[in-house]
Design a protein around this ligand. Structure first.
Ligand code: GLA
Length: 378
């Protein structure tokens, strides 16, 4: 499947880990529709690790769902998810066991791809735990990709090898639609900041076809669930979501959508930020000004329709202060007679035309994001 925009959806891991069930998946599917998340673009509902029994069926060798969690089997769950207009995602692993010690797909790739097709699966997250030492990781992703391409269903491959083995150099060639580039996120500012900064040199490899997945969002978790850590403030969640959008990351929500709070819902359905994330041209951002070892950077990204996205970040813990760049630095010299009409991406407010320079002040952990349209200078 050719993935032309960063995939969007929900994944069970961040909040639920092994506490997944037929009922909670159906309730989540209902919530995605009722709360407008599907309408905003979140169309994949992905079940992560811990859905199967601990061992394969001794007769068929197939992975089998845990009947305590999924008493009606996976096809019934998938049918329900599809009946809501959503797509259904599942999880397996390139190694012999999954990270939570359930059967992995190593040496069972074609059998498992056929099983996922029987379930009506549209998306497969494919992890990297328990990979035999002498197995070639790239070949394992090629193999599952070929197995999925042979199984009779269009299934998006979501590779998850945490950035090992210089994955950005070869993952596009496997046919995967997205690839995890880092270790696991937890619900704290430091966690998402470190993950984001670790990928600054690699976002140029993220483009239509295969997007750099910097992990499921913790936005709105409010320190509940499996990856709870120190939790984040509203400002920090705003920064997390905006960074993911600015860098065209897949937007996989990780909070409990059945009880998502209003502030989180408003943030994750923000049409300006989603428009940036999903921009059809898929160009990478560039650093306009680097500051404090990437803690106070200004980024710009060329978008479709003669627009740009501009983001100011203050990822320091305790410094507030002015940040500024001249339009010349993004290729709009005064002599061009051109300027930028700015819209605040958080509020939607039209801020009018800025000529020559853009300047503002940010508190620690905060950010500002603008959609800028090329306009005539005043
Ligand atoms: C790994 C992945 C996580 C999650 C768990 C499940 O740690 O990186 O995203 O899928 O496995 O066990």
């Amino acid at each position: 499947m050719f993935v032309n925009k960063p995939p969007m959806g929900f994944n069970t891991w961040n909040t639920f880990a092994e506490n997944i069930s037929d009922e909670m998946i159906r309730e989540t599917a209902d919530a995605m529709v009722e709360k407008g998340l599907l309408a905003a673009g979140y169309n994949y509902l992905v079940i992560d690790d811990c859905w199967s029994k601990r061992q394969r069926d001794p007769e068929t060798d197939k992975i089998v769902p845990d009947e305590k969690k999924f008493p009606n089997g996976m096809k019934a769950v998938s049918d329900y998810v599809h009946s809501k207009g959503l797509k259904f995602g599942m999880y397996s692993c390139a190694g012999v066991r999954t990270c939570a010690d359930y059967p992995g797909s190593f040496a069972h790739e074609y059998l498992d791809a056929a099983t996922f097709a029987e379930y009506g699966c549209d998306f497969l997250k494919y992890d990297y735990c328990y990979k035999p030492k002498d197995a070639d990781g790239a070949l394992l992703y090629r193999k599952i990709s070929m197995a999925l391409r042979s199984c009779g269903r269009d299934i998006l491959l979501s590779a998850c090898n945490w950035g090992c083995d210089d994955v950005h150099k070869w993952i596009r060639s496997t046919g995967a639609g997205m690839y995890r580039s880092t270790g696991d996120i937890s619900d704290s500012f430091v966690s998402f900041r470190d993950i984001f900064v670790s990928q600054l040199d690699n976002f140029v490899y993220s483009a239509p076809g295969c997007f750099n997945d910097i992990d499921m969002l913790t936005v709105g978790m409010r320190n509940r669930g499996n990856v709870a850590a120190s939790g984040c403030t509203d400002v920090e969640y705003r920064t997390e979501f905006a960074l993911w959008c600015m860098f065209a990351a897949p937007l996989m929500l990780g909070c409990d959508l059945r009880c998502i709070d209003d502030a989180t819902l408003k943030l994750v359905t923000n049409p300006y930020l989603i428009r940036i994330d999903q921009d059809e041209e898929g160009h990478p951002p560039f650093i306009v000004r680097e500051g404090w070892n990437n803690m106070r950077n200004i980024y710009a990204r060329v978008l479709s329709d003669n627009e740009l996205a501009i983001m100011f970040t203050n990822l320091t813990d305790d410094y507030a202060g002015n940040m500024c760049f001249a339009l010349d630095e993004i290729g709009l010299p005064i002599s061009s007679g051109k300027a930028l009409r700015l819209t605040d991406a958080f509020s939607g407010e039209d801020l009018g035309v800025s000529s020559e320079r853009i300047q503002l002040s940010l508190e620690a952990h905060d950010c500002a994001v603008f959609i800028a349209k090329i306009a005539d200078a005043k």
